[in-house]
Design a protein. Sequence first.
Length: 180
Amino acid sequence: MRINKYLAACGIGSRRSVEGLVRSGKIFVDSKKITDLSFQVDPEKDQVEYKGQKLHIENKVYYLVNKPKDFVSTVKDINVRHKVTSLVPKDQRVFPVGRLDKDSSGLIILTNDGEFAKNYFRPKFEIEKEYIVEVKRPTENLTEMLDQAVRFFRCGIVLDGTRTKPAFIRVISQDLKKIS
């Protein structure tokens, strides 16, 4: 296994982010400094160290978390008080797969499995995502805008130069009299 893949599996960082550690000579395998990114590690035989600590491949963990409103789907922003990662045990290094904005609640996956997360978003796997949107106190003007948005999404939208697949949208209620 390549050294950067091994380090990523140990939870040091992503494959890309650990390349600098290797190049700068901060990684040791069997007490020898490694600077070659093509170096192959045998996890069964080799002893890999970083900052004097012996490294081991992390067990993969997967959490399905009901993200509450006001929690954010980030791990990087140090100024955020309520991160979705704080909802799982602190001894697990995890990151969210996908995003839900701060004002949303719902199911989100937290994992330390980068390969799973990468594949989750590949179009060939056709993972369906479902969102339920509730608008409180709609106005006549907002209702017209929502009708237009529904038509728009049902045709697919263009994101980053690529048209998305048409979205299946079901309007549960548009009765303004029912909503106070």
